[in-house]
Write a protein that binds this ligand. Structure first.
Ligand code: ZN
Ligand code: ZN
Length: 390
């Protein structure tokens, strides 16, 4: 049997499961669960894989809602990653329900390629992409140690082969001042809210003089209790992002100085804590990206190399991509004016276009698995590119 015929068969497997996969995706969509609480989604996904011949380990890496499904053995060990966490108040406004169904669909269809050529397909359930960087934790705990390459597809407004994602770190800050009657004894108070507002002003000034693509943004989570008391406490959470790790380190210091300066100016005491999880920038393996592109194009989709809108955020897939050759392409499920993390995008994640994106992405992933297991020389090329760009 030739490769194209096998690709037609794996693609046919996805079509045959259209109803099951869309049901699974819609079920997760209508039961949104926040990061590390994705009990239902993880259970349904692992169960689907188990019913289809995968061996399952639940709660891997000491994370109750992480899992690993495995079919076949030996090399290459190809991981397809599933995300399934939702956003507070917005539900599946990042479309992770589609990522989940895409991953298990691609995994089950890939069995045909594994049966024919050998190798190992792994479907790795990676919780809490949005809030905790689950993959970064799993990467530290060895989840990708014996993996040769990792792939996932994220819903978006364009079909792209690569994704640009920034290094990112969170900063929690608190100012401690002194309460006093805001009118009768203002001179007795130290205003913790003013310290926070000055920090924002300093960061706004800093922003004029940072590199392109770097980002600093934050919110105030405590700004006082009542207007007639000088706020004795303020708190905020900020995210600092940069194109590479070195610049992120440089920026960290500059951002922190904004808070230190505000503390000095106001007399409030500063306490801060950098986040435990640092999102790494995403390294796109272009050899893998090219295979994925060709397979998507064979389904009649137009795939661009990168997002023409030049949009970028951060993803914990970045941390995986530092360890093993990886791709994180996008599949269009909504018109280009629809923003991710919006109610409109949440609707798109349950739409007909969403299901079509799921099916096409699953087909292209499974066809890419065919390319990899059938052509050991491509696996070598994927790894060479990874080593050369280290
Ligand atoms: Zn998101
Ligand atoms: Zn997402």
């Amino acid at each position: 049997m030739d490769i194209e015929e096998l690709k037609g068969q794996v693609s046919g497997e996805i079509d045959a499961r259209r109803h099951q996969l869309s049901e699974l995706s819609l079920k997760i969509h209508s039961n949104p669960e926040l990061g590390f609480q994705e009990v239902k989604a993880a259970t349904w996904l692992a169960q689907y894989l188990e019913e289809n011949g995968f061996s399952i380990e639940r709660g891997i890496c000491e994370l109750p809602t992480a899992f690993r499904g495995s079919y076949g053995q030996g090399k290459p060990a190809i991981a397809i990653l599933a995300e399934y966490d939702a956003l507070p108040n917005l539900g599946h406004a990042c479309g992770h329900n589609l990522i989940a169904a895409t991953a298990v669909g691609a995994g089950v269809a890939s069995k045909l390629a594994i049966d024919r050529f050998g190798g190992n397909i792994l479907i790795i359930g990676t919780p809490s992409e949005e809030l905790n960087g689950g993959k970064a934790i799993m990467a530290d705990r060895g989840a990708f140690d014996n993996v040769d390459m990792a792939m996932m597809v994220h819903p978006a407004t364009h079909d792209t082969a690569t994704t640009e994602a920034l290094a990112c770190l969170a900063l929690e800050v608190e100012f401690f001042g002194k309460a006093a009657h805001a009118a009768a004894r203002p001179e007795a108070g130290i205003n913790a809210l003013e310290a926070m507002l000055q920090s924002f002003a300093a960061i706004n000034s800093l922003r004029q003089h940072i590199k392109d693509k770097a980002r600093i943004h934050g919110i105030i989570t405590d700004g006082g209790e009542v207007a007639n008391v000088v706020p004795a406490h303020s708190a905020g959470i900020f995210l600092v992002r940069a194109e590479d790790d070195n610049y992120l380190d440089e920026l960290k210091e500059k951002v922190l100085n904004c808070f230190i300066g505000a503390a000095t100016a106001s007399g409030a005491r500063l306490e801060y804590r950098w986040g435990d999880v640092r999102y790494a920038p995403l390294r796109n393996n272009l050899t893998l990206a090219q295979l994925f592109t060709q397979n998507m194009q064979s389904l009649g989709r137009k795939v661009e190399l990168s997002d023409p809108n030049k949009g970028f955020g951060s993803t914990d897939m970045g941390n995986v991509s530092q360890l093993v050759p990886s791709i994180h392409p996008s599949v269009a499920i909504a018109p280009r004016e629809v923003a991710s993390h919006s109610p409109q995008f949440a609707s798109a994640a349950a739409s007909e276009a969403g299901i079509q994106g799921l099916l096409d992405a699953a087909k292209a992933l499974a066809m890419t698995v065919v390319d990899l297991v059938a052509n050991p020389e491509i696996v070598i090329k994927v790894k060479q590119e990874f080593e050369q760009n280290k």
